[in-house]
Design a binder for this molecule. Structure first.
Ligand SMILES: [Zn+2]
Length: 144
């Protein structure tokens, strides 16, 4: 990545496409339209409605955690995912999709077991991993 050129990051809150200087990606940039945090220490929430715009329009790696509230291993992994989001702040966008609430995108990715982590680059799947994993593995999956 060229450090001088801006990187596009789409806001999960309002859908605005933001241009962030590469050197500022780790500085918790805010959306220029709605003021929400774009790349915070917390994973963003993606839905059937905003999934394509955010994953295709964001130029950083996007790692999506398909999960559901009733899934014990998903809940067990949640703190690991948040820890990975802190480690990766500014280098990757970590996102969560509640597969119960968002059946369309879950079906499109053929999610049969949760948790499943899917890494996307400009909206295209690069790799995936099923089952709960530790933060260090989540970091490797997002960047390796
Ligand atoms: Zn916004």
């Amino acid at each position: 990545m060229d450090n001088a050129s801006p990187v596009h990051v789409v806001c999960a809150g309002c859908g605005a496409k933001n241009r962030i200087a590469a050197a500022r990606l780790g500085d918790r940039p805010l959306c220029g339209r709605c003021g929400e945090s774009l790349l915070d220490d917390q994973p963003v929430e993606l839905t059937d409605a905003n999934f394509d715009a955010v994953t295709a329009g964001t130029e950083l790696p996007v790692l999506v955690d398909f999960w559901a509230p009733w899934c014990g291993p998903c809940r067990a992994m949640a703190p690991q995912f948040e820890q990975a989001a802190q480690t990766l702040r500014g280098r990757a966008l970590l996102a969560k999709v509640n597969s119960d609430d968002n059946p369309a995108v879950s079906a499109r990715f053929g999610i049969r077991s949760i948790p499943t982590l899917v890494r996307l680059q400009r909206g295209r799947e690069v790799t995936r991993q099923s089952g709960a994993v530790a933060a260090s593995q989540i970091v490797r999956l997002a960047t390796g």
